[in-house]
Design a protein around this ligand. Structure first.
Ligand code: NAI
Ligand code: AKG
Length: 445
């Protein structure tokens, strides 16, 4: 058994039923094999064992009252995974599928992603198994208030800074921050990011993950003598990441022909009308199928977009984890894709990642490609500390530079370890080394 296999076995034994977490750890650790060989100090200081164990995980009760006066109880989580390079940083997910294995996979990914941004942020993640779908505004507010009534004691601008993720957008962030302020009796707006612009939010944070994804994919294509201009793109999801990925892709001269939600997908050969999607999803909170009522020539299909048979050059999974398994990966290639850019966290299963790499599909891995959101959150923290705000253009330019640098770091790390142009391994290695070195320098923690 190799050293990596031995460590993985220990991680598996300790986290038996946490499948998503084990998948994320396996994906990172296998790509670290050449690094461990070259750096015996990582083995001597058990960095891998340490990095796979959260510094702290908090699980709490979230009781709330619905509009009929009935009391419900959900479970809240915050996993403070690794604080070696900065305060824990990562979003909150409200979705019925949430359990500790989901939050831990997301928190683990966040360690490396945050490191790649080059900014001083550690890895953390949180959320709840609360389902925001079909809840009234009042129910959402009461849930958020209850959630923060426990969470507030574990977070702070220098300790742990949450933000949004699936099911947590600007409305939820507003209620969460309001409750934090009420309890603390202080305006510490650096405690949460993704805030509204009127109380310390950053311009371009809303757009950042989707825009950043496209900046990264453009770099990847450029490095391979290609570009986004003129490409046909399919996107899964129609939430925050998907919408702004679509916007930037269109601005860069591509045509987005498909978007989805958890029930099905729309296909519009003329190109998706993003104004309609924004209204349906951001304002009216309706299903994506409503789109076809307003656009002749578009079609709605039930099921997963990656099972659809239609032509595109680039696939951008922007919905949720394990969206692309082996069968869907094969279908994506049959549909003509030359590149995949991961906007969601861990959207591709480990065997499908290997398959894409074997088929020489250009693969922009999530940790690198969707890091623009958290990077811009870190820029929001900078602005909050300065009590100042930058213009949209200033933030967007910084975001673009960060994404270009992440691509460069992943490229260089891959090359240094003789792996050619493998951004998956390169991102893992570059993200890991910075955190590992900080951990070693700080002793045994
Ligand atoms: N919002 C952000 O800044 C960042 C988000 N991400 C990741 O991007 C992905 C999307 O997040 P957001 O757009 O923020 O969330 P969102 O809540 O705005 O949108 C989520 C989208 O995914 C779809 N979806 C959710 N569960 C699904 C399922 N089981 N099957 C099919 N579709 C499903 C929803 O219908 C919706 O269109 C997640 O993986 C998230 O972790 C990654 C980096 C930053
Ligand atoms: O902006 C943030 O802090 C969180 C972003 C996030 O949750 C992610 O990168 O997956």
């Amino acid at each position: 058994m190799s050293y990596i296999q031995e460590v993985l076995k220990k991680v598996e034994d300790r986290n038996r039923d946490e499948h998503e977490f084990l998948q994320a750890v396996e994906e990172v650790f296998y790509s670290l094999e050449p690094v461990i060989e070259k750096h015996p100090e990582y083995k001597e200081t058990s960095v891998l064992e340490r990095i796979a164990e959260p510094e702290r995980q908090i699980i709490f009760r979230v009781p709330w009252v619905d509009d009929n006066g009935v009391v419900h109880v959900n479970r809240g989580f915050r996993v403070q995974f690794n604080g070696a390079i900065g305060p824990y940083k990562g979003g909150l997910r409200f979705h019925p599928s949430v359990y500790v294995g989901i939050i831990k996979f997301l928190g683990f990914e966040q360690i490396f992603k945050n490191s790649l941004t080059g900014l001083p942020i550690g890895g953390g993640k949180g959320g709840s198994d609360f389902n925001p779908k079909k809840k009234s505004d009042g129910e959402i507010r009461r849930f958020c208030e209850s959630f923060m009534t426990e969470l507030y004691r574990h977070i702070g601008p220098d300790v742990d800074v949450p933000a949004g993720d699936i099911g947590v957008g600007s409305r939820e962030i507003g209620y969460l921050y309001g409750q934090y302020r009420r309890i603390r009796g202080a305006f510490k707006n650096g405690v949460i990011t993704g805030k509204g612009l009127k109380y310390g939010g950053s311009l371009a944070r809303k757009e950042a993950t989707g825009y950043g994804l496209l900046y990264f994919v453009e770099e990847m294509l450029k490095a391979n003598n290609n570009s986004i201009k003129g490409k046909v793109i399919a996107i899964s999801g129609s939430g925050n990441v998907a919408i702004y990925a679509c916007e930037k892709a269109t601005e860069l001269g591509a045509k987005v022909v498909a978007m989805s939600d958890s029930a099905g997908y729309i296909y519009h050969a003329d190109g998706i009308n993003l104004d309609t999607v924004k209204r349906l999803k951001e304002v009216e909170r309706k299903r994506i199928k409503e789109y076809v009522k307003e656009h002749q020539g578009s079609k709605y299909h039930e099921g997963n977009v990656w099972e659809g048979k239609f032509k595109y050059d680039i696939a951008l999974p922007c919905s949720t984890q394990n969206d692309i398994d082996m069968e869907r990966a094969k279908n994506i290639i049959e549909n003509g894709a030359i590149a995949v850019g991961e906007g969601a966290n861990m959207p591709t299963s480990n065997d499908a990642i290997k398959f894409f790499l074997k088929k020489e599909i250009l693969l922009a891995p999530a940790k690198a490609a969707n890091a623009g959101g958290v990077a811009t959150s870190a820029l929001e923290m900078v602005q909050n500390s300065m009590r100042y705000s930058w213009s949209f253009e200033e933030v967007n330019n910084k975001l673009k530079d960060i994404m270009i640098n992440i691509h460069k770091s992943a490229c260089e790390a891959s090359k240094e370890y003789g792996l050619g142009y493998n951004l998956v391994a390169g991102a893992n290695i570059a993200g890991f080394k910075k955190v590992a070195e900080a951990m070693i320098t700080q002793g045994i923690y």
